[in-house]
Design a protein around this ligand. Structure first.
Ligand code: AMP
Ligand code: ZN
Ligand code: ZN
Length: 411
């Protein structure tokens, strides 16, 4: 009897000591790697090259597709994924935009990447750093700016050509750091599927090559995590920003057929044209474009359909024109510059997020996630609260909710 009591006391002391006693191995805090495969359409998961992704899905969660935010472009959606906010709330309303105070924003403009005032809301890496955890990024829109006065511990200035191996090696080095130093959140980004998709189209063999390449990179991260013995501590979330759909020279909407382009600024072109008329000229421009082309939907600011969630922000222009799937908004001057003149080919995105072709991949696995589960389409605003929950962080207010993705969690 006495011996059993001694055993019980020893066991209890042992349990309480876990995580604090120097001799006991502390319980590792949960971590997460968020990997973006730009333009990896949801159905690419069933292409032959995506075998590592399917293996990850088999022991985790796979969505039929993830519904992007409007417009289904790279910057708005990457920033929605990490903040849980729609573009009208986080302020990255396009890949190209203007702001009365800040000037113009372009992907290629490093000044804009580093200017925190473009980037609203609280990205997951700031949530982590504010709550005493660290974060690292091998590329992500917003990761180069000190948002909310907080700079991410490790970050890289964007370089399109950095080899995949270099990116993966660095991520595995971050993961190998001792628990007390390792980043809780790591972001990693690859553009190969977007590059090939635009150029050759979603069904092209070149796009299959890109699928295989990014899938191998994901496989290398997953294998590296297993080799480090971290499979029960690290979640891997693989996402895309949007899908891809074919365009054609037979589906053109030429704006100067309806409007003298000398009278407006077209800040972003296709498939969502952001049109800034001169002050007082808004109604004339609206009337010149409205109902002129059967595949172009023209809205005044404030009248964009509610399901697009695209009205509130000052950076949204007075007129927003949205093309139907597969249509391109362009100008005579642009077409004349193409070789051969008039050529429009390949594929694009930016269209209505509800279109299956705009659906993004979502595959995730890790200790807090359900195993072998397929979930119906869901909006990408819910990824931020999901990540905060998996990391044990208090989420900042967002447009997403954990309740919408609770079925992703392990019971
Ligand atoms: P999109 O056509 O909207 O899919 O934009 C894709 C392009 O965004 C890619 O080709 C990348 O070169 C570019 N891009 C992605 N991430 C970044 C970044 N963090 N900084 C600058 N450019 C980026
Ligand atoms: Zn993209
Ligand atoms: Zn793209």
């Amino acid at each position: 009897m006495t011996a059993r009591w001694v055993m019980l006391v020893l066991l209890l002391v042992g349990c309480r000591g876990a995580g604090t006693a120097a001799s006991a191995r502390p319980v590792p805090a949960p971590r997460l790697v968020l990997i973006s495969l730009d333009g990896f359409r949801a159905d690419y998961l069933d292409r032959p090259g995506a075998r590592h992704l399917r293996a990850l899905a088999a022991r985790g969660v796979r969505a039929e597709r993830m519904i992007p935010a409007f417009p289904s472009k790279t910057f708005p959606n990457h920033y929605t994924l990490v903040t849980g906010l729609t573009p009208e709330h986080h302020g990255i309303v396009a890949n190209a935009m203007t702001d009365p105070l800040l000037g113009t924003f372009k992907l290629s403009d490093q000044q804009a990447q580093w200017e925190p005032r473009w980037w609203g809301g609280e990205p997951i890496w700031v949530t982590a750093e504010r709550q005493g955890r660290r974060a690292a990024s091998y590329f992500w829109p917003g990761s180069e700016a000190p948002i909310g006065g907080k700079r991410i511990t490790w970050w890289k200035a964007y370089e399109h050509e950095t080899p995949h191996e270099t990116r993966v090696r660095q991520v595995l080095e971050w993961l190998a750091l001792p628990d007390s130093q390792a980043p809780a959140v790591i972001t990693l980004y690859f553009s190969a599927t977007d590059d090939a998709g635009h150029r050759y189209g979603p069904q092209a063999p070149e796009t299959d090559v890109a699928i295989t390449r990014v899938d191998s990179a994901v496989g290398a991260v997953v294998d590296g995590i297993a080799r480090l013995g971290l499979r029960d501590a690290v979640h891997v979330l693989v996402v895309a920003d949007h899908g891809m759909t074919e365009v054609s020279r037979d589906r053109l909407i030429v704006l100067d057929d309806y409007l003298d382009l000398g009278t407006v600024d077209v800040i972003d072109w296709t498939p969502v044209a952001a049109i800034q008329p001169r002050a007082g000229d808004e109604e004339r421009v609206y009337r010149a474009l409205r109902d002129r082309h059967p595949h172009l939907h023209v809205y005044r600011k404030g009248e964009v359909p509610a399901r697009y969630h695209f009205n509130a922000h000052p950076r949204i222009t007075p007129i927003v024109a949205v093309a139907d799937e597969g249509w391109t908004i362009t100008s005579r001057a642009y077409l004349a510059r193409q070789t051969p003149p008039g050529a429009v080919s390949g594929a694009a995105h930016g269209y209505d997020p509800a279109l299956p072709s705009m659906g993004a991949v979502f595959v995730a696995a890790g200790p807090g996630l359900a195993r072998g589960v397929r979930v119906p389409p869901f909006r990408n605003i819910h990824v931020y609260p999901l990540m905060a929950h998996l990391l044990g962080l208090r989420a900042a207010p967002s447009d997403g909710s954990l309740d919408s993705v609770r079925h992703f969690l392990r019971r």
